[in-house]
Ligand binder design. Sequence first.
Ligand SMILES: [Zn+2]
Length: 257
Amino acid sequence: MSLDNTITLTGLILTSKNVGDYDKWVTILTRERGRVGAFVRGARRPKSRVVAAGNPMVYGTFTAYEGRDSISITGCDISEFFSHIKNDIDLVWYATYFMEVADFYGREHIDESERLRLLYRSLLALGEEEFSPAFVRMVYEFRTMVINGDAPNVFECMNCGKREFWTDGGEDEKPLAPYFSMNHRGLLCENCAKELGGEELSQAVLYAMYHMSVASIEKLFTFVLKDASLDKLCSIILRYRHRYMDHTFNSERFLDN
Ligand SMILES: [Zn+2]
């Protein structure tokens, strides 16, 4: 084994399954390589140094040996176990769903660092008192669609291109009333909505969509919505996602819809 084949991966273990008598196979969302699969040899031996790397929902640094056909984890330094989630079965389902989504959309050899930061931040947010799990889920799903390039366009009218949904503060200036069109995958102005249909959005809901589209991951969870607005936004995003992200996630059926 030459040193040249030793690699370091920073990331989050998404899935884990038993292989053979003592080993595990895991998928990891990494900063360096996107989503990769790896063996954790000896992970089920009680005194193994890599026991922690064999379990999903841990974040850390992994040393690994890269062979011709596979990667084998040889050491790990776990910095976050997300233990606030593991004591609450409801949160475990949300977290499992988040990881299943990341596992499905994550790709190898492309830069998945934003998806990794989104997942990490969302798992932490699941335990924070000011956020309901439904809120965290909505933000996570929306931003996942942004990363995938599937998110609705909340910057301009999808029919005429007008962008004056925001004023720059002038007193006489009245912003365009925003409407959302499922068919057009984004905003419509009032005039276009009269002709093409669409549901009216409050400024709060529009702002939330805008924020989730452009904020850095670090600032993503810095807005709040009143219950009625949150229900409205969750309903739009759920319908949008079911229409445009055509995949059923096993763990989703355990969540409230
Ligand atoms: Zn328009």
